[in-house]
Design a protein around this ligand. Structure first.
Ligand SMILES: NC(=O)c1ccc[n+]([C@@H]2O[C@H](COP(=O)([O-])OP(=O)(O)OC[C@H]3O[C@@H](n4cnc5c(N)ncnc54)[C@H](OP(=O)(O)O)[C@@H]3O)[C@@H](O)[C@H]2O)c1
Length: 266
């Protein structure tokens, strides 16, 4: 592991630290946040209060602050990170912005998702040309601690990846909510409705292996001819659910592109 300081111990920074801790990989990991109480997940000697100090111990800085906090953060850091590998998980902040603000040439842009909290993130990442093979291995090792990783060939692919994988957990939560509401409307009691929706999402584990059947084949396996599932899937197709999904995700990708264009975080 390259000595690494995680800047920002909020949702994502703490999930990453805990993921690494669960694999016994925090020997060379430091955690930094302006709220001391968020650092208690790390041992005393692994806590950093001031971001500028991170460059003194770490050769890799992982930026896990909100995009809108980035410019203020950099006013306190100056060029202290110019010689380090800088990994940013800030949504909509381009690699160029991070290079310009930090002075570092070895920069990685990465996009994890909320699954990180349970070791099930899908993290897409893209390196700048200056990132070395050893540094890339380090990036893989860091994000593997919270789930699977995918190296994207182009930074521009980050927008589509963000729309599907970064925002993806919200679509699944929406589906759970809709299922729960539908069960209640059909007379199922409240507790059972909530339980059905949650447990149904376990169907995802059938897909995880990816070898047995595709998502379409699983739909066909459940929907017997003239049966209840077929009736439901027919209405979903007729009323345009695929088109709604297509347009919704295209809107998320466009939002990601426009956030990058308007990137005012520096
Ligand atoms: N949450 C997600 O599902 C998700 C998914 C993918 C990517 N991301 C990206 O991950 C990043 C972090 O998101 P998050 O939800 O983890 O944010 P968060 O919970 O707000 O955590 C950020 C932490 O960094 C602290 N911080 C801000 N400026 C600092 C500074 N100058 N020095 C030290 N600490 C500072 C914040 O303190 P304050 O609260 O005082 O600002 C906060 O404790 C964002 O850029 C986001 O785009 C998030």
């Amino acid at each position: 592991m390259i000595p690494t300081a995680i800047i920002g111990a909020g949702n994502m920074g703490s999930a990453l630290y805990k993921g690494l801790a669960s694999q016994g990989k925090t020997d060379r990991i430091w955690l930094c946040d302006q709220h001391a109480e968020k650092l208690t997940i790390a041992s005393m000697d692994r806590r950093i209060n001031h971001p500028a100090d991170a460059g003194k111990v770490a050769e890799c800085i992982l930026l896990a602050v909100k995009p809108q906090s980035f410019s203020t953060l950099m006013t306190t850091v100056g060029n202290a990170w110019a010689g380090t590998l800088v990994i940013s998980i800030m949504a909509g902040v381009t690699m160029k912005t991070v290079v310009d603000a930090t002075g570092a040439s070895a920069v990685v842009r990465a996009m994890p998702n909320l699954g990180a909290r349970v070791g099930r993130s899908i993290t897409g990442w893209h390196p700048s040309p200056a990132v070395t093979p050893v540094q890339m291995e380090h990036v893989e090792e860091l994000f593997s601690s919270i789930g699977m990783t995918v190296r994207l060939a182009e930074e521009s692919q980050m927008d589509g990846f963000t729309a599907v994988a970064g925002s993806g957990p919200a679509y699944v939560f929406l589906l759970a909510e809709l299922l729960e509401n539908a069960a209640r409307e059909l007379g199922v009691d409240e507790a059972t409705s909530a339980r059905i929706a949650r447990d149904l999402l376990g169907a995802g584990s059938l897909l995880l292996d990816g070898k047995e059947r595709s998502a379409l084949e699983w739909q066909e396996a459940v929907a017997s001819k003239g049966g209840t599932t077929e009736a439901a899937l027919h209405v979903m197709q007729e009323k345009g659910l695929p088109a709604i999904f297509h347009d919704a995700i295209a809107a998320a990708a466009e939002r990601s592109r426009s956030l990058s264009r308007d990137d005012k975080s520096h």
